[in-house]
Write a protein that binds this ligand. Structure first.
Ligand code: SAH
Length: 237
């Protein structure tokens, strides 16, 4: 183990980093440990030598792949809605890492869709997935990466058991709620203004079987880039 230039710990293997997360209870289940061990982060980053560092990394076009602990946390929040045969949507696929994890968890009889609005990043997601163990699911069509405005979701393949949003939204977006199955779960960072300054809450929203909606904040003070238009993102607004 070394100290990286970013100050975070750098591990020799991904398994070592995941084992630390397990001891810190960031990873709480065999299921999440197994999917993250299977989908190696080094295939999804721009600098593989820093893949096993506990920090985000720039992937170009003003986007970052989050720190692996953020991936672990979102997978833990969504795991019961990512069982074999289920349907999952990943808004803002970026590196493709979480879409690949979703595809592995829902398996060949499920459906995992990534939506990314920057065409070059959608291509990056696809190329990364092609190097990974879920590449056959791309071929088979149970995993796809599409270019589009994720604020509208991806109704063609819905409704979904699980929806994840990888960028901060101004509110819980109605098109995403509409594309959630009864019993489905949405994980979305939402911007909130507190005494003039904005902060973000990672929200878990459930559409209950009786049609009611349950919302809770899993973590406050998270930091995601905005869910926005292509132009605003490329101008760094
Ligand atoms: N979960 C991704 C996170 C990437 S960062 C990963 O693990 O790599 C957030 C991503 O959201 C960026 O790729 C950005 O281009 C994308 N994004 C931002 N606004 C979007 C929108 N309106 N529609 C689709 N993607 C969007």
């Amino acid at each position: 183990m070394n100290l990286s230039s970013g100050g975070g710990k750098e591990f020799d293997t991904y398994k070592e980093l995941l084992t630390l997360y397990r001891s810190l209870l960031i990873i709480r289940s065999v299921k999440v440990f197994k999917v993250m061990e299977t989908i190696d982060r080094s295939l999804f980053v721009t600098n593989a030598t820093l893949a096993y560092v506990d920090s985000p990394m720039n992937i170009g076009h003003n986007a970052t792949i989050p720190a692996p602990r953020t991936h672990a946390k979102c997978l833990e929040l969504l795991k019961s809605n990512l069982r074999p045969g289920m349907r999952a949507l990943d808004v803002g696929s970026g590196s493709g890492y979480l879409t690949a994890c979703f595809a592995f968890m829902v398996g060949p009889n499920g459906r995992a869709v990534g939506v990314e609005h920057i065409p070059e990043l959608a291509a990056f997601s696809t190329e990364n997935i092609q190097k990974s163990p879920v590449a056959p699911l791309l071929e088979r069509g149970s995993l796809s990466i599409d270019v589009g405005d994720g604020r509208l979701g991806w109704p063609e393949c819905g409704p979904y058991d699980a929806i994840h949003v990888g960028a901060a939204a101004p509110e819980i977006l109605q098109p995403l709620m509409d594309q959630l199955k009864p019993g489905g779960r949405l994980v979305i960072p939402v911007v909130r203004t507190v005494r003039g300054s904005s902060q973000q809450d990672l929200m878990v929203v459930e559409k209950c079987l009786n049609g009611s909606i349950n919302k809770r904040c899993a973590t406050s003070g998270v930091r995601y880039a905005p869910l926005t238009s292509c132009d605003a993102q490329l101008q760094g607004l």
